[in-house]
Structure formats: C-alpha cells, structure tokens
Ligand binder design. Structure first.
Ligand SMILES: NC(=O)c1ccc[n+]([C@@H]2O[C@H](COP(=O)([O-])OP(=O)(O)OC[C@H]3O[C@@H](n4cnc5c(N)ncnc54)[C@H](OP(=O)(O)O)[C@@H]3O)[C@@H](O)[C@H]2O)c1
Length: 331
C-alpha cells in the first residue's frame, strides 16, 4: 500500500486547515467531501486529487480509500459521518482518525475494537484537541503510584467554528457526565473548580469533554472529572442550523491567544501531582495534532484496534505537536 492519506470533509473550516497543514508537510494526500464545487476549488488550490461523494456511498469510499494508508475524517457533526467512515476504513484496511469531540463516536470506536484488530487498523476518534489532552493525562498518571482520580481543566481560546457550535449540541445534550468507580455517571450538580494553568488560576465549569472515555482508555484511572473554561456554545442557542454563524476564527484571531490544559492526579494514598499544557489556540492546535498522529501512522507507528491518542502513543505524541509544551506545576 502506498503512503497516502485521504482527508474527508476537507472543505469545512477545520478540514481546510488540516489539508493546508498536510500540504505544508509535503505529504501525499487527496481531499474528499460531499459538495463538488467546494472540493474541486480546494483541490485546485492545493494541487491535489479529489473525490466527491456522500458519506453513505460505500462504492465511492472503496475507490477513494483503495490506495490510502490513513483517513482523516473532518466532517462533523460526527454523529452523522463517523459510523460510515469507520466501516469504510474497516473494509478497506485503512487507519481511521477523526477530530470528533462527541462522546458517542468515541463509544462507537470502542465497540469496533475487535473488528479494527482483525482489519489491522488503528481506530482513533478524538485525534484533534484530545491528543495533547490525553498525553497530559498519561503524563500525570505516571507520576504517582496507583492513581485514583484525574481532574482536567481545559482553557479554550479562539471562539468556535460554525461546525463546532452545531456539534457541541451533541455534547451539551448529554448533561454533566463524570467517570466514577470505573463507570460513566451523570453528575448534574457538579460544581466549578479552580485550575492552575501555566500563568494563572482560573475557574472552569464541569463539562464532559471526552477524557472520561479517551483518558480512561489510556490511564485506567477509575475516577475522571473534566472542566471547561466556557459554557459549550450550543447551550442557549435555539437555532443550531443558522446560516448566520461564522465559519470560524480568522488566522489573525487564532494567533491572538493560546489554549491551555491543567491536570491534577490523586493517588490512593492522597499524593497529588499537577501539570499543564501550553498550546496554540484550538483551531490551530487541532490540525497540528491530527497531523502529528497521521504522520506517526504514515511512518508505520500504530497499534491496531480502538485506541485513544494516549493509549497509542503515550506522552511522546505531545512532543510531535509544534509549539506545544508540557509544564510541571510545582506550587
Ligand atoms: N475536538 C477537536 O479537536 C475539534 C476541533 C475543531 C473542530 N472539531 C469538530 O470538527 C467538525 C468540523 O468542524 P468545522 O469547524 O470544520 O465545521 P464546518 O466548517 O461546518 O465543516 C464541516 C464539514 O463537514 C462536512 N459535513 C458535515 N456533515 C456532513 C455529512 N453528513 N456528510 C458529509 N459531509 C458532512 C461539511 O460539508 P458541507 O460543506 O457540504 O456542509 C463540511 O465540509 C465539527 O464537528 C467540530 O466540532 C473538533
């Protein structure tokens, strides 16, 4: 098989930045999506081949994936695309990555573990912002003996794309979920928590971000709570399909600030360890992160089956993400 990649949903706001990053890295890739004119224009801009098909078209998937090693699915809401794209990858023996933040697609990937092993592919849903997140979780988990509880604060900068606003409804609708004694449970009355980021201490709101699935996969810590610096954008927005929503932040807006993560782990004897991540803002970080994972696969570094970024690569993947730093919190 050739060392080629396909990016589906490439003409979306984030898909385009991912495709530009792939071009910058001089990778061999093609773009795909459901709308002819948008994909044709992008392909012509990037000077790469393209495919136009809907996500349910199995024959088209077979053709588009025939000579590929890895698929990046950037077409969200993933609730409507992940299942078809994952099955297409299983059939074609192509590694699957997406940038979903929807917990249901992580659970879907989990159920396909055996099939992915049989197909000798790595299946990661959540290979965007959760790459550095999960690497941080693995890092702090390794700093204490018998880690029992993980709390993560996520500081987001750069606003939200239209796609994220629409997709965040699939997260907001779940309410507040945490992992408690190995199980995912609802915790509607969870309180905000203060987190120390690289420079400041900030209050974050309880929000299920996916670490309760992904970082459980990578660390097996039985209790995991997650917090976000903002309310999810779908909360309080009645019209999720509004055409008036902006595509996403401009390059200047993305460059005007940074994302941060803060994680605290507690061991069974009460020992605490904290660390943080300082990273580019969200819509710059996601393309850098998914391309870091794709690059590993293209270089033959993968584990078959359902994986999270941290279960596949441990802490080391964070060092593949440009301008992203792991910082121990000592005070
Ligand atoms: N966690 C992370 O790291 C992270 C970061 C950024 C974005 N995201 C997620 O990535 C997704 C895309 O975000 P975005 O900002 O790029 O949104 P966007 O600009 O709306 O782009 C979405 C793309 O997906 C395509 N698409 C949507 N539904 C489809 C379907 N049913 N079948 C085929 N194609 C479909 C769209 O095609 P059309 O143009 O034809 O509609 C468009 O190309 C969202 O779910 C967002 O939450 C996650």
């Amino acid at each position: 098989m050739e060392n080629k990649m396909l990016i589906y949903g490439a003409a979306g706001y984030t898909g385009k930045i991912i495709a530009e990053r792939a071009k910058e890295l001089k990778l061999d890739f093609e773009v795909a999506g459901r709308e002819h004119d948008k994909i044709r224009d992008l392909a012509s801009e990037l000077q790469v081949p393209y495919h136009v098909f809907t996500v349910g078209d199995e024959t088209a998937w077979k053709i588009a994936l025939a000579d590929k090693k890895v698929l990046i699915n950037a077409a969200g809401p993933f609730k409507f695309t992940a299942e078809q794209a994952m099955h297409a990858c299983l059939k074609s023996g192509v590694h699957y990555l997406d940038i979903s933040a929807e917990l249901e697609t992580y659970q879907l990937a989990e159920t396909l573990d055996l099939k992915a092993k049989e197909a000798h592919i790595q299946l990661i849903s959540g290979a965007g912002l959760f790459v550095s997140y999960d690497a941080l979780a693995v890092y702090v988990a390794g700093k204490v003996k018998n880690p029992q509880k993980l709390s993560v604060g996520f500081w987001h900068f750069g606003g939200f794309s239209r796609g994220s606003i629409i997709s965040s409804k699939n997260i907001a609708d779940l309410g507040i979920l945490v992992r408690k004694d190995n199980e995912i449970i609802a915790q509607p009355h969870a309180k905000p928590k203060m987190f120390r980021f690289a420079d400041d201490e900030e209050e974050c709101l309880p929000t299920p971000l996916g670490g309760i699935i992904l970082s459980y996969k990578s660390t097996k810590i039985p209790n995991i709570e997650e917090y976000f610096s903002l309310q999810l954008p779908a909360v309080g927005l009645p019209d999720m399909t509004s055409e008036n929503l902006p595509d996403g932040p401009t390059a200047e807006e993305r460059a005007a600030g940074r994302n941060a993560l803060s994680a605290e782990v507690v061991s069974d004897n009460g020992e605490i360890f904290r660390a943080a991540v300082d990273a580019p803002s969200g819509y710059t970080l996601t393309p850098l992160s998914v391309m870091a994972v794709a690059n590993r696969i293209l270089n033959g570094d993968f584990k078959t089956g359902y994986q999270s970024p941290g279960s596949a690569y441990g802490v080391s993947i964070i060092y593949d993400i440009p301008d992203t730093h792991l910082i121990d919190i000592t005070q």
